[in-house]
Design a protein around this ligand. Structure first.
Ligand SMILES: Nc1ccn([C@@H]2O[C@H](COP(=O)(O)OP(=O)(O)OP(=O)(O)O)[C@@H](O)[C@H]2O)c(=O)n1
Ligand SMILES: O=C(CO)[C@H](O)[C@H](O)COP(=O)(O)O
Length: 460
């Protein structure tokens, strides 16, 4: 993470949260069970399934100073892997096809910075407007700006704190549909602590029955008319001290919001430690899939099959393709990790071609990409130089790729003479200097005949 302050301590591995899995939607407290929870295993919005046939726009309040982090840089502008937090949040909305536009509300002094972020990270649906002195004032500015935009006035407005970067399409879909139906809808989470009321002298007055209450989170959705009217009618005190848009809809429009339980990853980055948590989730997400390019050779396909079996037990997806030509070129856009398996002597040209494609597509603009070149060499090849292909070539390539934010690693696997089916790891060429900024795990499954060691995990 990059801010004008020392980095927070990295979180322990077991604090990592799986942003894809929704198995935690229904964690405690469940009693007394009056709150709806997510139906297990069912996705409301399957790709190709029901879509949204009314205009939906988004307001992302990002006009705060992030006082509670204790950092100089407002948290929404702190960078992870070279990209500010706000850009991750924007991307989460931008990739949802049925969202027509996004208004980001920022403090006047940060308008230029925001414009620069929109350009640098090629955000397409975004417009920045100036914020207000409180969160409600900022949101209100955003809602009003939606009426002045060039696009169709939205039927539904989704409001989401810019500092909650992990929101998925499934939940957005449910919020949008419920908001259209009901006038307002919001995400909730079970409380982790009991809420108590204190006396003015600092003693316990009473405590609330935790199971009856929920934490109100974001996103929240409203029909445009409801949220617009709520802000038209609310008091100065609401603007100054209020923290809940759903409350304004209820108080000023008589709209009872539909409540929908969301995943734990909806939490708001509030303290410095939350920035560390966000960073580790971002990094973990990058590691969960890879594409193996086999070149079509029998040996490479065998290796890829073994890899695929091995990753089956892990939460990793592995696509195996012969090349990146034609329709397979789409993998260049989809994946962040490539394993290029080569068997012939002039194999560097294959990995060079992958690098050229990735570079020309500006693919490593947002995150570093990892490319692992695996050279399967024969015993003949090894016997000539003793080491197989000269490492200098791959090191030169890796140095050039590093400048483009692509981390290239080289691994050479050779068949030993005493056991023709056994493979051994010979060299690991070039560890790029900024390796520590990305933590990715790749699993290499060597031939099953390798004694006592059918699998080896390489942590990068
Ligand atoms: N005048 C404000 C204050 C807050 N926000 C935004 O509202 C969201 C949630 O608010 P919060 O977590 O309280 O952010 P800050 O106000 O920046 O944090 P702090 O209270 O610690 O200063 C953030 O995206 C924040 O940028 C805003 O748009 N305008
Ligand atoms: O959860 C929320 C609304 O339900 C808001 O994110 C929360 O109220 C913002 O409050 P604060 O600005 O004090 O962090």
């Amino acid at each position: 993470m990059t801010c004008r302050d020392p980095s927070p301590t990295r979180l322990m591995e077991d604090n990592h949260i799986n942003t894809q899995s929704h198995s935690c939607y229904t964690d405690r407290p469940a009693h007394p069970g009056i709150f709806p929870t997510r139906e297990s295993g069912k996705s409301a919005h399957q790709p190709g399934g029901p879509s949204v046939d009314f205009p939906v726009s988004v307001v992302l309040p990002a006009g705060g100073t992030g006082e509670r982090t204790g950092l100089q840089t407002p948290k929404q502008f702190c960078s992870f892997l070279g990209r500010p937090l706000i850009s991750y949040t924007i991307q989460a909305f931008e990739r949802v096809s049925w969202i027509q536009s996004i208004v980001v509300v920022v403090a006047k002094e940060n308008m230029d910075l925001m414009t620069d972020i929109v350009q640098r990270f090629q955000h397409k649906k975004v417009r920045a407007v100036p914020g207000g002195s409180t969160r409600h004032r900022s949101i209100c500015n955003g809602v009003r700006a939606l009426a002045d935009g060039e696009e169709e006035r939205p039927k539904v407005v989704i409001i989401h704190d810019a500092v909650r970067p992990f929101v998925d399409e499934d939940l957005l879909y449910k919020i949008a549909m419920a908001a259209k139906e009901q006038g307002a809808a919001g995400a909730i989470r079970p409380l982790v602590s009991t809420v108590i009321a204190t006396t003015s002298e600092g003693y316990l007055d009473h405590s609330l029955e935790r199971a009856k209450y929920r934490a109100s989170e974001m996103p929240q959705g409203f029909t445009y008319d409801v949220i617009y009217q709520a802000y038209q009618k609310c008091s100065e005190s609401d603007f100054e001290f209020g923290t809940e848009c759903l409350h304004l809809a209820l108080q000023y429009c008589g709209t009872n919001a539909k409540l929908i339980q969301g995943p734990p990853t909806l939490w708001k980055v509030t303290y410095k430690r939350d920035l560390a948590a966000a960073e580790s989730i971002i990094k973990e997400t990058l590691s969960r899939s890879a594409c193996v390019v086999t070149g079509g050779s029998e040996q490479a396909v065998t290796l890829a099959d073994a890899l695929q079996k091995a990753v089956g037990a892990l939460n990793v997806e592995l696509d195996v393709i012969p090349d990146l030509m034609g329709e397979n070129a789409g993998y260049l856009l989809k994946e962040w990790n490539f394993i290029q398996v080569s068997v012939n002597r002039s194999c560097l040209s294959e990995v060079e071609a992958v690098l050229t494609d990735l570079e020309s597509g500006n693919r490593a603009l947002l995150h570093p990409l990892v490319v692992i070149w695996v050279h399967l060499s024969s015993s003949d090849e090894l016997s000539v130089s003793g080491r197989g292909v000269e490492p200098a070539g791959i090191m030169d390539l890796a140095s050039a790729a590093k400048l483009q934010n692509i981390l290239l690693y080289g691994i050479q696997l050779g068949q030993t003479k005493d056991n023709s089916s056994q493979m051994a790891l010979f060299i690991l060429v070039e560890m790029p200097a900024n390796t520590s900024s990305v933590s990715r795990t790749f699993l290499f499954c060597f031939n099953d005949n390798v004694k006592n060691s059918p699998m080896n995990t390489i942590n990068i």
